[in-house]
Design a binder for this molecule. Structure first.
Ligand code: AMP
Length: 426
């Protein structure tokens, strides 16, 4: 099909509820100088004749996008889609800490397809991805979602003859998906103009950083309008990604998926060498220095250890409870509920009992007893520094722990861990 030459029926825009199906040209056609107002060439699917509005689970969408999703077999939104799509359609910025497999592509693909005007042949959305494979995958997904809206998508990446991409860009594309290097190449040749971009997506920003695209990401973002919406996806938030968020996003929504996402980079990690018998005194000393509103999760190895420490801290009138599998469900719920609400600022827990804890307010994790291996360490300290907050991990290394600690330390690499000194050993 060659819709570029044909007057194609337009899917009604949300802001213009008139039955545009019957129109041969866009209602905006006479207000703009550029001709012709037909959608850029797309994968097909037009003319769309279905209902004007539709639903994807509980999310309201244009009929065209809803129909495409139904055809793709997407019946219910995934958790990230549920949280991201409505706000993104309204134009809000987003940080999504999610990995491939979460449905993140549609989480930004749906808002893109809703927000762009397929009758405007300028590039209105740009998606930066780290690899060619991801560029192809994202292109396919956005094309399918936008099929009935007439959204045209162009993939640009290295390793494919540039000529083909040039032709596609010349014909007009609403969405460009590509790797930063090739996108900059097109910008340099004057074949890609980002002045009309409404939505910019950084997909797998941490990966792009690792590959060496840091400067390119910034270069490209700076050449899009300041008014653009910026959606950033990254499994982790290292320092540079944090900088991107601060510089290029405006009060973004934060969506963090799953308890398994490891955010070690945002955690300040400190350790103290301390004799087993002095650990409690050391804990009290360090607690004296934390802010009043700190939310502290303390790990102990055994249930008895949890009970003992919770009792000892409580006797010093600290707002603390213990959590472990030996308690009744009621007791566990009470401890979790009070810690979650902030009524308790300290929770002492075993590993197992803390598994499901996902409380963004947790500011400090104490390894009162060291974890058994690096995975457990990373998992524990991943309880803090959530939703873009800073976190602190404090580890006590006792006389029996040196060997195990060395293993964890060598895995984490130098520069991550700072050794602290306890005044009573001076
Ligand atoms: P992604 O994380 O975007 O790579 O998506 C992971 C997989 O889930 C892909 O195969 C998608 O096609 C699929 N997918 C995404 N959203 C949905 C949904 N709401 N319902 C069913 N499948 C989905």
């Amino acid at each position: 099909m060659t819709p570029a030459q044909e007057p194609v029926v337009r899917e009604p825009a949300a802001e213009n509820p008139a039955p545009l199906r019957k129109r041969a040209t866009s209602p905006l056609a006479h207000t703009r100088s550029e001709a012709p107002r037909t959608p850029a060439p797309s994968g097909g699917g037009l003319p769309y004749q279905g209902p004007e509005r539709g639903k994807f689970g509980d999310i309201e969408l244009s009929g065209a996008v809803a129909a495409a999703l139904a055809e793709m077999g997407y019946v219910d939104p995934s958790p990230i889609q549920m949280e991201a799509v409505p706000g993104c359609i309204e134009g809000r910025d987003l940080v999504g800490q999610a990995i491939t497999g979460s449905g993140k592509t549609a989480a930004f693909g749906i808002p893109i397809c809703e927000r762009i005007d397929p009758y405007d042949r300028n590039v209105q959305a740009i998606v930066l991805v780290p690899t060619r494979e991801l560029a192809m995958q994202v292109t396919r997904e956005v094309e399918r979602i936008g099929k009935y809206r007439g959204v045209s998508v162009c993939a640009v990446y290295g390793g494919q003859p540039i000529q083909r991409q040039l032709q596609q860009l010349q014909r007009g594309a609403n969405v460009v998906v590509g790797t930063p290097g090739r996108i900059m190449d097109h910008m340099g040749r004057g074949t890609l103009d980002l002045q009309h971009v409404k939505v910019a997506v950084l997909d797998e920003a941490d990966e792009m950083l690792d590959i060496g695209f840091a400067d390119d990401m910034e270069f490209i973002l700076r050449r899009t309008p300041r008014t653009r919406q910026t959606l950033l996806f990254s499994a982790t938030i290292p320092g540079f990604v944090r900088k991107l968020i601060r510089r290029y996003q405006d009060d973004p929504m934060w969506i963090q998926l799953g308890a398994e996402i490891q955010t070690v980079d945002e955690v300040d990690q400190i350790y103290f060498e301390v004799a087993e018998r002095d650990k409690e005194a050391a804990l009290r000393l360090v607690l004296n220095d934390v802010e009043k509103d700190a939310r502290i999760l303390v790990f102990r190895r055994t249930q008895i250890g949890v009970d003992r420490l919770a009792r000892a801290l409580k006797s010093q009138t600290l707002p603390v409870m213990g959590l472990h599998g030996g308690l009744s469900q009621g007791e566990r719920n009470e401890a979790m509920g009070k810690f979650r609400s902030g009524e308790l600022s300290i929770l002492v827990s075993t590993n197992v009992a803390a598994r499901g804890i996902d409380i963004p307010e947790i500011s400090h994790v104490f390894n009162y007893d060291l974890p058994n291996n690096v995975e457990e360490y990373v998992h524990r300290i991943g309880r803090t520094a959530r939703m873009g907050r800073r976190g602190y991990a404090v580890s006590f290394v006792a006389e029996w722990d040196f060997e195990g600690w060395e293993k964890i330390r060598s895995h984490l690499g130098d520069g991550r861990l700072v050794q602290g000194k306890l005044p009573f050993y001076d």
